[in-house]
Design a protein around this ligand. Structure first.
Ligand SMILES: C[S@@+](CC[C@H](N)C(=O)[O-])C[C@H]1O[C@@H](n2cnc3c(N)ncnc32)[C@H](O)[C@@H]1O
Length: 238
């Protein structure tokens, strides 16, 4: 298991996504586009697996951090400043598109999905990671933020995302993907428990991170746990 406390927590949060991406990222040499790839948490590791990775992100600060992170590990990642809505004019078509944590902040997730569909080669794969609404409502309520919990409860995943950003149910995420013309491959619940566990437990208890990762993987495909997952990970084909 990774060394630092933040690496351990990160591995518990992302293990399910990486496992689903395993077969998608075979063989090496694919053109991978990471939309809203930010500081490169996914992009740099994907480049390390032998793919040509381009990150499009509107934030110059995030792109600078991405460059630093890539340089540190000797990875080659192209960073372009831009918005999801402009990607067709910024990049060539891709074999794989990662869209992780971005649909939450766009005004029109359906239009965003159509744009992503247009930059994927036929047979290409979309990896979509979105925040899941029911878990977000519970988290707000448990923190005592009752008005925000109420606001999220009646959020619709279109229109201005507001202060907290859009959240999606499993049905809404499925509908968005299929309406854009994708064929749904898999859906996993991500971070069912990882955000609920005290960080100190992962820091102090030997083997706790590995056991948590195993538990996250075990519940990820169980539909009854999807409403408890902080995020939903969808893999779909064009
Ligand atoms: C929550 S972060 C996710 C970063 C990364 N994808 C990950 O999963 O670790 C959201 C990222 O989306 C970027 N972003 C926000 N609005 C965007 C847009 N309209 N088009 C593309 N990226 C956007 C932000 O700058 C930020 O880097």
């Amino acid at each position: 298991m990774p060394g630092t406390a933040s690496e351990r927590r990160d591995s518990a949060r992302t293990a399910v996504v990486w496992e689903a991406l395993g077969p998608v990222l075979e063989p090496p040499g694919l053109d991978v586009l990471d939309i809203g790839g930010g500081t490169g948490g996914f992009a740099v590791r994907v480049a390390g697996l032998g793919h040509r990775v381009t990150v499009v992100d509107p934030s110059p600060d995030a792109l600078a951090a991405l460059s630093r992170r890539a340089r540190e590990v000797g990875a080659d990642v192209t960073g372009l400043q831009g918005d999801l809505s402009d990607i067709s004019s910024l990049v060539d078509d891709a074999d794989v598109v990662l869209c992780h944590g971005v649909l939450e902040v766009v005004d029109d997730p359906a239009a965003a999905m159509a744009t992503i569909h247009s930059v994927l080669r036929p047979g290409g794969t979309l990896s979509l990671l979105v925040a899941q609404r029911h878990a977000a409502v519970i988290a707000r309520a448990m923190a005592g933020h009752f008005p925000q919990a109420l606001e999220l409860l009646s959020d619709t995943p279109s229109g201005h995302p507001g202060r907290t950003g859009h959240r999606f149910t499993a049905d809404e995420a499925t509908a968005l993907v299929t309406a854009a013309g994708f064929t749904l491959g898999s859906m996993h619940g991500v971070r069912v428990f990882a955000d609920l566990v005290p960080g100190s437990l992962l820091d102090l208890e030997p083997g706790a991170t590995a056991a948590l990762v195993e538990l996250e993987k075990a519940v990820a495909t169980r539909p009854e746990y999807l409403p408890l997952a902080a995020q939903l990970h969808v893999v779909a084909r064009r």
